[in-house]
Design a protein around this ligand. Structure first.
Ligand SMILES: [Zn+2]
Ligand SMILES: [Zn+2]
Length: 362
């Protein structure tokens, strides 16, 4: 068989004139067929072109109007402190609250378009259905309201304490003092759910689109903060931080290190805060870090992280017992399990919801 096939092949090759013994003369019959083919193509060029366009349009149409898989655009259903409608997190760091989502479409290139209340939103990050009415941006309004009533205000900021974990800690009886204060409101934070981005939104009352802070890259906050507005009202402010300033602005910031080497800075921060409360500034923001640190290392629901929450609960009791002003207890973002440890930054139920508890003094 192999011999026969070789024989046939040899015959085919030798029957083509320019393959034979160096004769490269263009054969007239081949030219004739070639010209016929070219002529047909030229004659039918328009037809072929239009047919191609029609076929491509047909497939593009099918693809672009295919309903999007739920997995491609995260849609979180909120079931607590809910409002009707949707919160659409846009690609540029904003949150748009809409009443209706008319359609979600995926184009041939894979980009997603949401039509909501007649507005076209390209490539959103995700959607929260029935979002809570409060968000991390609500904190600024609360602070301004307190200052306008000539009340001082203390913001206790527990890094990484998402709403889910807060509820879990309540259920486990780990935070009895916070439990005695009554339930915090569930609120949205901004995306990406990382400290610099969410902290900037907290103190400015605007989304990352307008703060310009979208990452951990240290950038000067060029928009007005609660501390700037307090100053404009003739009020004083101070921030008690860990070992570095997170948002870059002009507010006086007291930095702390783990002086006693016990593996957490929260005790140092607590002591400085207690000292400050003897003669408090009009706005005092106390940023506790160790829940986030332990949750990263051991997981958000780990014994280590929950024990630190219990310690914070007792610190908060002492701080509030020594303070008569208005109080806001909140967080910047939540945290999710990642293997044996914890992480945040995603558009997920665990990362995106925070508690906000408020005490307004009379
Ligand atoms: Zn954080
Ligand atoms: Zn963190």
């Amino acid at each position: 068989m192999a011999h026969n096939r070789q024989g046939i092949n040899r015959n085919v090759y030798t029957s083509i004139p320019w393959k034979g013994n160096g004769n490269r003369q263009f054969p007239s019959w081949t030219a004739f067929y070639f010209i016929i083919i070219i002529r047909n193509i030229v004659m039918n060029r328009k037809f072929i072109f239009l047919s191609l366009i029609a076929i491509l349009s047909f497939f593009a149409g099918i693809i672009s109007f295919m309903p999007t898989d739920a997995g491609e655009l995260p849609i979180l259903k909120n079931e607590e402190d809910q409002e009707t409608g949707f919160a659409v997190f846009t690609e540029d760091g904003d949150i748009l609250y809409v009443n209706n989502i008319e359609s979600i479409e995926r184009s041939i290139t894979g980009s997603i378009t949401v039509i909501a209340d007649g507005i076209k939103i390209s490539n959103p990050i995700g959607i929260v259905e029935n979002p809570p009415s409060k968000s991390i941006m609500s904190i600024k309004d609360k602070v301004i309201k307190s200052l306008s009533s000539n009340n001082q205000v203390l913001i206790i900021y527990i890094d990484g304490l998402g709403y889910n974990l807060y509820r879990k800690a309540l259920d486990l009886g780990i935070i009895p003092y916070l439990e005695s204060l009554g339930k915090a409101e569930k609120a949205l934070t901004v995306y990406p759910t990382i400290t610099d981005v969410t902290f900037a939104a907290m103190v400015t009352g605007i989304t990352p689109k307008y703060t310009g802070i979208h990452s951990r890259e240290k950038k000067l906050l060029e928009v007005s903060t609660i501390f700037d507005e307090a100053a404009a009202m003739g009020k004083t402010s101070k921030v008690i931080e860990g070992n570095m300033q997170i948002i870059t602005d002009e507010v006086e910031t007291l930095l702390n290190i783990d002086e006693n080497g016990n593996g957490t800075i929260d005790d140092e921060i607590y002591n400085v805060a207690l000292e400050e409360l003897k003669d408090p500034q009009d706005v005092l923001l106390v940023h506790f870090h160790s829940y986030d640190d332990f949750a990263h290392k051991y997981g958000p629901g780990s014994d280590e992280a929950l024990t630190q929450l219990g310690i914070l609960d007792s610190y908060i009791k002492d701080l509030l017992d020594n303070y008569d002003g208005d109080v806001i207890i909140t967080a910047d973002h939540g945290m999710h399990d990642e293997g044996e440890s914890g992480a945040h930054g995603t558009f997920s139920e665990s990362d995106l919801f925070i508690p906000i508890w408020t005490r307004v003094s009379l």
